[in-house]
Structures are given as C-alpha cells and as structure tokens.
Design a binder for this molecule. Sequence first.
Ligand code: 13P
Ligand code: ZN
Length: 272
Amino acid sequence: MKDIMTAPFLTEMRKTTANMYRLGWDERNGGNISYLLDEAEVKEYLDTKAVIRRIPTGFDAAPLAGKYFIVTGTGKYFKNVYDDPETNLGVLRIAEDGTTAELLWGYKDGGRFTSEFPAHMMSHIARLKKDPANRVVMHCHPTNLLAMNYVHELDEAKFTHTLWEMCTECIVVFPDGVGVLPWMLCGTNEIGVATAKKMEEFRVVVWALHGVYGAGKTMDETFGLIETVEKAAQIFMLTSHLPRLNTIKDEDMVKLAELFKVDYRKDFLNLK
Ligand code: 13P
Ligand code: ZN
C-alpha cells in the first residue's frame, strides 16, 4: 500500500485549499470542496474494507452509492489543510443504502464532512447526469463576487451579462452563465436541493449574500471557473462607481462564442 500523503488527489486538495485561502476566498472555516475519486486509485492508498466510522448523510445519496470522495471537514480552516490534511479532510465512500458515508481515512479528531454535504452530493448527482466526467464541487466566499451581490440586481440574466462584459474571455469560460439562488439558510437539505436544481443548468451557482458554488471535471477547471467569475466581479467593483466609457458589446461576445465554439446562453444577451 502506498503512503496516502503521496496521493495526487491529496496533493491537489492541499494545494487548492491553500491557494483559495491565499486569495481570501475562504476566511476561517468558510468554503468546502468535494472531489469524486477513482476507486482503483483509492485502493492504491487505502484498504477500502477498513471502515473507520459510519456517518449518517441525512439525505438519500443512493445515486452515488459505492462512489469515493475526498471532502473537507466541517468547521475546518482551509488555512490549516496543507499542514494537517488528516484532521481537516476525509476520504469516504457512500454506502449502498445512500444514507451513510463510510469513513476510510481522515477527520482524525472525530470530525465529519462539511455541513454543506447535501449541496455537494446533490450537485454531484445533478452534474454527473449532465456530464459523466464531472468530479469536483467547490464552494467558497470570494470577496468581490460577494460585494457585487449587495449592489447588483440578482437576476440571473442581468448578473451573467454584467460579468460577461467585465473580461473578454468570460463568455468563453462560463458560456452557460451564472445561476443565482436567493438568500437561503445554508447547511440544509433545502439549499442542497435548490443548488442541485440550478446545477442542471449552470456550472456556477451564486448563493446570494453568501458565496458561490462551482462544478467541473478537474480541480484546475473548477478553480479556474470561480477564479474567472471572481476576476470579473472585481473589475465590476473597481469600475461600477465610475463613469462608464467603454464596454464589450453583445455582438463582440457573439463573435467570441462562435470563434471558441461554445454553446452560450443566447437569452442572456440583449440581441435585437
Ligand atoms: P463548513 O465548515 O461546514 O464546511 O461550512 C463552511 C461554509 O462555508 C458554510 O457555507
Ligand atoms: Zn459558505
């Protein structure tokens, strides 16, 4: 059995959480990540018959039965993941009945998975139906995107359009746009169901006045998605109080989308 500290998926989790903390997206225990792992890869590092603990999920995760995830722990600080992954992360398998998670490694201090586990697992279920290669769900509290929530209408089409206008490549990176949920109580099955419903349509979902969810095939892709949305929000926050002299026109966005052959939300452009 290889040493799990050398597992590429663990290294990715450690580096990504450190990066997100460094960027100010994950103050204190803010944010959480779940990463769907390949069973054969997990077996190189862990005895998958050795279950440390069984943790109730509190919802029906049956569509993910038998699947393995590495998930950040609840109340844990991204700041600390790099130096102490075994306390701050856990590797688990969804049990056959879908109501239990079988812990195989981690949460060393008796901890458990993120309080946003329902939103993560339900989002995985929704995204896997759209794209079987989806593996990562990421939640965080990016500063500028959060600030923008207070001063911009929370209409999905208008919010997406403003972000697309802020950097030339936005429409190429998130052509499907940004879904927006109203303020809801976090850590509940209800916000999980609502997030997953949005994830049927969008890979980025804003939780109004709270943060954002992103989903993707790889850690890099998912991180890059949130990074691009946050960069656009930063440009908005740097310019929205100043006279606007120039903008990226809708017709230019169409040219970009066509050049990069992305299927974009045409209804989010104000085409005549
Ligand atoms: P957890 O510490 O339970 O992961 O919660 C952090 C968070 O961002 C809640 O939305
Ligand atoms: Zn949060």
